[in-house]
Design a protein around this ligand. Structure first.
Ligand code: ATP
Length: 224
């Protein structure tokens, strides 16, 4: 093995997520409409314990990129490597309306392979930290938008992921919850968990370690 390869392997070991030269074009939804070329060679690295922001205009492809990083959408070309467990908070909550919050945690907890005690401990801890204990027996379709987002975030966190990918997670949060969200994020980062966050809000920039801008299908790191 030559020196360059050894060096890149050593560096690679530190990356939680590494994506190189990702391309993605959506086929046209309707006949006679054009396909949409969204990503044309996007690359990003995420290291342990950092908060990485992704900014870009509406429709620039941020959610598409995040879905590819998570692994729920396939890229057309390029590689994604994940060195840890992932928690994902999609822009539109993927929750089942007819389940209660408690049942929702059981469902996802089972999916994550947690046992009964782990599930209950994670749910109680997150309900306390995000302040939704009193809604545990509410059906999801009876929750306010902000409380659905809290549950969405709780679900993304309940299996102690190594990296949390958040697609505008605080839509609908009130100010107090927004602060709680950032306190929680700081605690996670102190535990070496990484956070990738799609954000539109300029006032958050000082909370974020590195920012990538998505423009014309590629990512470039911008001054923070
Ligand atoms: N399933 C799909 N099929 C076809 N086109 C799609 C699909 N999903 C997204 N697009 C298109 O791909 C482009 C990028 O969408 P995407 O949602 O990734 O952007 P975004 O940067 O997250 O936008 P926003 O800031 O508005 O949330 C848009 O032009 C969108 O219309």
């Amino acid at each position: 093995m030559n020196e360059v390869t050894q060096e890149s392997e050593a560096e690679f070991g530190r990356k939680i997520i590494s994506a190189n030269d990702i391309t993605k074009t959506y086929g046209s939804r309707l006949p006679f409409t054009r396909s949409v070329e969204v990503l044309t060679g996007a690359s990003i690295n995420v290291y342990p314990g950092e908060i990485v922001g992704i900014v870009g205009e509406n429709g620039s492809g941020k959610s598409t990129l995040m879905k590819i990083l998570v692994g729920v959408l396939d890229q057309d070309s390029g590689d994604v490597t994940r060195n840890g467990t992932i928690g994902w908070c999609p822009q539109e909550t993927l929750l089942y309306d007819r389940l209660t919050v408690r049942e929702t945690f059981r469902l996802f907890g089972t999916g994550y392979g947690l046992d009964e005690d782990e599930m209950t401990a994670a749910m109680d801890d997150l309900a306390d930290r995000l302040d939704f204990e009193r809604y545990l027996d509410y059906r999801v379709d009876h929750l306010s938008g902000g409380n659905r987002q809290k549950v969405n975030l709780g679900i993304a966190l309940m299996h102690d992921p190594d990296v949390l990918l958040l697609d505008e997670p605080y839509t609908g949060f009130d100010w107090e919850t927004y602060q709680t969200f950032w306190d929680l994020s700081e605690a996670l980062v102190a535990d070496d968990i990484s956070i990738v966050i799609i954000s539109h809000l300029l006032q958050e920039r000082d909370r974020i370690d590195r920012i990538y801008e998505l423009k014309d299908g590629t990512l470039s790191e911008v001054e923070n």
